[in-house]
Structures are given as C-alpha cells and as structure tokens.
Design a protein around this ligand. Structure first.
Ligand code: SF4
Ligand code: SF4
Length: 331
C-alpha cells in the first residue's frame, strides 16, 4: 500500500522530530494527521513517544473507520547530527537585564522564565538551534541526544514500529555501515528504511557507497533530501534548497529508492514542485506541519484538552487545517 503511494508521488510524511518529546503534542499530532490522511509519522525512538503516537493513531482509527493507519517511523543518526541534540543553559548565568531573545525565537516555547521553572524544558526542545546565536553572553550550548537502536527491537518485532530512518552526513560511509550492521537483525521486519542526508560534493558517490553498505537490503528505501533542516516554519523561501536537492538526487538515477523531500518544506513546496516538474515520490513536513496545528491549538481561549477527541468541534477544525496541507500532495 505504502509503496503504491510512493509510486504515485503522493506520499505525505509528518515529522514530529527526532528529539521532540512533548507527549501530549505528539499524541494530538498523530491523531490529527492520521485523520488528515498522512502516510507516515516520524518520531523519536523512545518508548514513551512511540506510545503517545500509537495512542493518537488508535483514537483516529476508532473515530473514522475509513482512516488508514500511517506507518510509524523512528529516526536514528550514525554520528553527530543537529536533529539529535537539545539546547541547554544555566539560567543563573543570564544577564539580569537581558531582553530574552532566546525565549522569543523558540518555535516550541521550550524556554521558560517563571516562578516554577527557568531554563529550557528538555521535552519541548528539538534542537533547531535558533536560540544559540542570539544569546549575548553565549551561554546556550547543545548536548547530544543519544538513542540506542537495540532498545526498540521489540517494538519493531511487535510492529509498533514499521520503519526506520537513518540521518547521515557527508563522507560517513564507515559509520553508516557499522550502524546498519547493528540494525541488521530487524531490517527484514521493516516495511521501509529512509536515509536522510544534506547536500555535499560527490553526493552520488556517497549515496552509492551507502547502498553498498545496506546488507541485508531493505524491503523499500527512501532517499530523504534534507534541504534546509528544521526551517519550514520560517518562510516560503526555505523550500528552495529541498527542491534543488530533490532534483539533483532524481538526476542521479540511483539504482533503487524513492526520492522524498524534507528540510524547509511548507505550503509552498508542492506548488513549486509542480511548477518545476520535479517528480519526487513525496514530501515530509516537520516544523511547518507542527506549527499550523499547534498555533491553532495554542491560540484557543482555553487550555488544550488532554483528549482532543472529546471536543469534536476543535478536533474537526484542527484536522481541516492539517488536511489542507496533506491534500496538496494528494491532489
Ligand atoms: S530555539 Fe530550538 S534549540 Fe533553542 S530551545 Fe527552542 S527548540 Fe531548542
Ligand atoms: S539570551 Fe542568553 S542571557 Fe538572555 S535570557 Fe536567553 S539564555 Fe539568558
């Protein structure tokens, strides 16, 4: 089924974020985007996040018997990667009169200054890095978010997880190969594997070296072109890098794998894809897809309900917002 959708160039993936662990938000996003018709939901590989996403999907399938269960994908990295980090700082080192640009720029309101808590809420930070250069005294740092692939083997075997993504960076063939060997016991159980990468010189040679390292081979493979990572909510122009990289990788005519865009994708991506006639298999949306829904929920004149399904009016409005984005690639 999923392969047919990829073949028909209509694949929609929601990226919740490899480091994003806001469980109520993930449950809501999974619920809303399942009802909106997403084909895949990409989340952090930790058990609580997986449970929250699965719960959201299950509620959606109960509510709408025609809804189709999206694949649940978890993301890993084969080395240092901006998607796998969290920002941290010691609030005691802040300037007393600082205008707090960090707080204003954070897209997930992870940075708090209140009577109860000062600093960055780890679960809400997904490592976008926007706060880092704005601190006048440079006290914001990042720490790596480490996940152990063996920890989720049981979830793959019981089909709570259907797909895995590996984030790699240029010229890391050895690291990628060694990570693939760790995954090898579960590769045959996965419906698909995605490889996410930015642009670099000699990219075709690099991707071919990754293909040679894929033993055993995956059932299906997606090349995720990570144009401008974690930036789709900043503005229309961020999609340009994703489009360019998508076209470049399609032109490689690699022997296998679907090409899917990510990194800077937003509502302008599909119209520009169609205009430029770039026949990718699909598009993954991260910060933009989260923002349009979370802006609606956070803008309510009441707290976000714990069980959004108990408020069908609000759920319906949120699904309509999500569906507008999903329907672009489906039409
Ligand atoms: S701006 Fe980005 S990196 Fe900084 S705290 Fe917010 S989510 Fe984390
Ligand atoms: S910008 Fe730096 S000094 Fe200012 S509030 Fe944020 S972390 Fe503290």
């Amino acid at each position: 089924m999923e392969i047919e959708i990829l073949r028909s160039h209509q694949w929609f993936k929601l990226i919740c974020g490899a480091s994003y662990q806001d469980l109520p938000a993930i449950r809501n996003l999974a619920l809303i985007y399942t009802l909106a018709g997403a084909d895949c939901i990409d989340i952090a590989p930790d058990p609580a996040t997986i449970r929250a996403a699965r719960e959201g999907v299950a509620v959606a399938l109960d509510l709408d018997l025609k809804a189709i269960s999206p694949l649940i994908m978890v993301s890993f990295n084969d080395g240092e990667d901006p998607h796998f980090r969290k920002a941290v700082f010691d609030p005691q080192l802040c300037l007393s009169d600082c205008p707090r640009p960090c707080e204003k720029v954070c897209p997930t309101t992870a940075i708090k200054f209140s009577n109860d808590y000062n600093g960055i809420m780890p679960n809400l930070c997904y490592g976008c890095g926007r706060c880092l250069p704005l601190c006048p005294v440079k006290i914001i740092h990042t720490r790596e978010q480490v996940y152990v692939p063996e920890d989720i083997f049981d979830e793959v075997l019981n089909q709570s997880i259907n797909a895995i993504e590996i984030h790699t960076q240029p010229h890391r063939t050895q690291e990628f190969a060694s990570f693939w060997r760790r995954l090898s016991p579960i590769i045959p159980q996965l419906q698909l594997v995605a490889v996410s990468f930015p642009d670099c010189d000699d990219l075709r040679e690099y991707l071919m070296s990754l293909l040679r390292a894929m033993q055993p081979q995956p059932r299906s493979l997606i090349w995720q072109t990570d144009g401008r990572p974690m930036s789709g909510d900043i503005g229309d122009g961020t999609t340009r890098a994703a489009l360019q990289l998508g076209r470049k990788v399609l032109d490689f005519q690699l022997p296998t794998g679907f090409v899917q865009l990510a990194g800077g994708t937003n509502a302008s991506t599909v119209p520009k894809l169609r205009q430029a006639d770039i026949p990718v298999a699909g598009v993954a949306y991260g910060s933009y897809a989260r923002k349009i829904v979370m802006d609606f929920l956070e803008g309510l004149e009441e707290p976000i309900p714990d069980r959004l399904e108990d408020r069908p009016d609000l759920l319906g409005q949120a699904v309509a917002i999500a569906r507008k984005l999903v329907s672009q690639i489906k039409s």
